[in-house]
Design a protein around this ligand. Structure first.
Ligand SMILES: O=C(O)CCC(=O)N[C@@H](CCC(=O)O)C(=O)O
Ligand SMILES: [Zn+2]
Length: 344
């Protein structure tokens, strides 16, 4: 079996890439007492001998071409297995879509990050991404619910964006259905080098929304930069992120900079534009960056005969993608917002 090689190399990413769809579960204990459980391909759980009050999920490669987050998690996993990093909490690392890593694409057949919250089981379509989404949901469920109630839960789903962005790093705050947003989470994000946060205003089928909505985890999709092939990331741009994630998993607690609303750029989602027609296009080029603002009345997108015009002065684009499958999100637009009484 693979355990002896894994114990020696700590290279769980290669083991995952060499087993694209499944891997028999195995476990072993490090000399520092941390139990290492390989649950499936790309899914590894660490339980230190004396663990603290946090249950932490760190996922990457939900889209396989988003390599910088994969590199960050790969380094953390290897450091833990080689006992260069001692954990303080239970941590579940997930490389979401191994096959898509190997083909260097966002997904193989279907966007894994639109299959959560039960979508994977809807309709008659079945593919590896749908099987994976169902399995990942189960692994997260078991991770959070196999210990006593009332513990702190967080899930940071690490991505990079297809396009450049006026705000290089930004986070998507899943819709909380009226629950207050947490200043402490903004402080964590700032420590990661992320000062920009989008507040979603509707339910979603993303991995972060699943953990937020199903398990009340503090969960975000975190966009850490732009999509690049392995070896082309400037990893110096991710130092704050890696250092803060390292502190999160290896320290009992983290002292953050005092909260100051002026440190943040907050946006609320104004609307979601879905592609419904084959002839879907944007008037702007592929070089148009996330957070580019438009004048009221300016054309944002054309979906067949439907023209979408900016409704609000400065309405800004996020995640424009004219190649999405019919019925899927082709564009988010956002408008600025301020910290208010909805933040606690
Ligand atoms: O750059 C893009 O077009 C997409 C980048 C990416 O994968 N973003 C996530 C956001 C998920 C969310 O809305 O929480 C995605 O589209 O799945
Ligand atoms: Zn992504």
């Amino acid at each position: 079996m693979y355990l002896e090689e894994l114990k020696t190399s700590g290279d769980f990413l290669s083991l995952t890439r060499n087993n694209e769809f499944s891997l028999p579960a195995q476990q072993f204990t490090l000399s520092n007492g941390t139990v290492v459980e390989v649950i499936d391909t790309g899914v590894i759980q660490f339980t230190p001998a004396n663990y603290g009050n946090k249950d932490i999920v760190l996922s990457s490669a939900v889209h396989g071409n988003e390599t910088a987050p994969i590199e960050i998690c790969d380094e953390l996993i290897t450091a833990v297995i080689k006992e260069e990093l001692q954990l303080a909490h239970r941590v579940l690392f997930i490389f979401g879509n191994p096959k898509s890593i190997n083909i260097g694409e966002r997904f193989v057949e279907e966007n894994l990050n639109r299959l959560f919250n039960g979508v994977h089981g809807q309709g008659s379509v079945m593919n590896e991404e749908r099987k994976r989404a169902a399995n990942l949901e189960q692994y997260v469920r078991e991770f959070f619910t196999s210990v006593e109630q009332g513990r702190y839960r967080c899930h940071y789903d690490l991505h990079t964006a297809i396009r450049g962005s006026k705000n290089e790093k930004f986070a998507v705050y899943p819709f909380l259905h009226g629950k207050p947003w947490k200043k402490s989470q903004l402080q964590f994000l700032l420590a990661c080098g992320v000062n920009t946060v989008l507040m979603m205003r509707s339910a979603a089928t993303t991995f972060s929304y699943f953990s937020s909505n199903q398990f009340a985890a503090d969960a975000f999709t975190i966009e850490l930069g732009q999509v690049k092939p392995f070896g082309e990331n400037d990893m110096s741009r991710f130092t704050k992120t890696k250092n803060t994630l390292t502190a999160l998993i290896s320290q009992a607690s983290i002292k953050y900079k005092n909260f100051n609303s002026s440190d943040f750029e907050l946006f609320q989602v104004h609307r979601t534009i879905n592609r419904t027609q084959q002839s879907f296009s944007f008037p702007f080029s592929d070089s148009a960056e996330n957070f580019t603002g438009f004048a009221q009345g300016e054309l944002l997108a054309s979906d067949g005969d439907t023209k979408y015009l900016a409704e609000v002065e400065g309405e800004a684009i996020i995640f424009p993608n004219a190649k999405v499958a019919l019925g899927q999100r082709a564009l988010l637009t956002v408008i600025p917002m301020e910290v208010d009484e909805r933040f606690v």
